[in-house]
Ligand binder design. Structure first.
Ligand code: AFP
Length: 337
């Protein structure tokens, strides 16, 4: 079969220095990998089994849900039922956290919460575009009060692991547990995630910027000036190409491999989304941890995303993420307006 690389499970067994005990990490990532396989397979078949389109429901943020949003969320809820290290699941698709029947303090060692955007970029479902799943793992500290999620609102620096699954031409799983970023590609022939790159480093600068430029009139002046700069073509430092897929995971993945910046700025005006669109706990913080572990940066325009504390599980936050050079550039423009 020609595989010389490790599969995910072997790689996890070989891990020594992670922010989460290897046994727990193996159980939780094993479940995430299984969810990734199920979602990838459903995405591939959705157009022929009536799985595309809207479900008719809206989520807690008032956004219309796709059938695949609901389906993917249900996969996570069900798959973590028997996963003992995880006592709570928080999802973009659910108003309230799901607390599993087991209690958070029944274990000899730590219990965890998993925070997830089950299907990121769901406007791409009906056009066969790239999508993703984003996950964040945090330790539960209020173990005797599992309904109180205050312990999960702390800064993203408290995450013990984070990552994403990218559903593109290939399905890939990327994660960090505080000891670098490792990437796996799903091989359908053996139904396993196979190690592709270990301890990946993001280029210090890159040729791309990713943003929904159709919204430029609504942005703060700093973000508008950043785009003017990136496209001013004065010299090679101001000559970027734009790439935008509509899925944060796919655009971030490009930054991780080729370098560059993804941003979703805050908007101004009475009806504007002053904090942008992306959710702090299950989009910005997890990919922020991956970016930093790969030598990149993640900022809200003013400072490190991983230091932002949430008030609510569904909080949004502006994000500028990617190569260190371009994120520093974004902060300079943001400081001016
Ligand atoms: P959905 O999952 O609701 O489609 O949102 C995706 C997303 O949060 C992120 O993945 C995209 O980069 C961004 O929204 C796209 O938003 P715009 O359509 O406003 O560009």
């Amino acid at each position: 079969m020609g595989h010389q690389s490790l599969i995910l499970l072997e790689h996890l067994h070989a891990q020594k220095k992670t922010a989460m005990p290897a046994d727990d990490l193996t159980l939780v990532l094993g479940r995430i990998a299984l969810a990734g396989k199920l979602i990838a397979s459903q995405l591939a078949r959705a157009s022929i089994v009536g799985g595309l389109g809207y479900s008719g429901d809206t989520n807690v943020q008032g956004e219309e849900q796709k059938k695949l949003d609901e389906w993917s969320n249900e996969v996570f809820v069900r798959l973590f039922e028997p996963c003992e290290p995880v006592c709570s699941l928080i999802s973009e698709e659910m108003e309230a956290p799901k607390h599993y029947e087991r209690s958070c303090h029944s274990r000899d060692h730590a219990s965890y919460a998993i925070l997830v955007d089950p299907l990121d970029g769901s406007s791409n479902t009906d056009v066969n575009g790239s999508l993703g799943t984003i996950f964040s793992i945090r330790k539960r500290t209020l173990r005797h009060r599992r309904d109180d999620v205050k312990d999960l609102l702390g800064p993203g620096s408290q995450q013990v692991a984070a990552g994403y699954v990218l559903y593109g031409p290939a399905t890939q799983l990327i994660y960090t547990a505080g000891a670098g970023v490792d990437m796996f590609t799903f091989d359908p022939q053996i139904s396993e995630f196979v190690l592709w790159k270990e301890n990946l480093k993001m280029p210090a600068r890159g040729p791309y910027y990713s943003v929904n430029q159709g919204n430029i009139a609504k942005w703060n002046p700093g973000a508008q000036n950043l785009v003017r700069h990136l496209t001013s073509r004065k010299n090679k430092n101001t000559s970027y190409s734009m790439r935008y897929s509509g899925a944060f995971v796919a655009d971030f993945h490009r930054c991780l491999i080729d370098g560059g910046i993804y941003f979703y700025p805050g908007e101004i005006g009475a009806d504007g989304k002053s904090k942008g669109k992306l959710r702090l706990l299950y989009e910005c913080a997890p990919l922020g941890m991956v970016a930093e572990q790969a030598g990149g940066r993640a900022s809200n325009g003013k400072g490190r995303i991983l230091e932002v504390v949430a008030k609510d599980i569904h909080d949004r936050e502006p994000v500028y993420i990617g190569s260190a050079t371009e994120v520093a550039m974004a902060e300079e423009f943001r400081a001016e307006g």
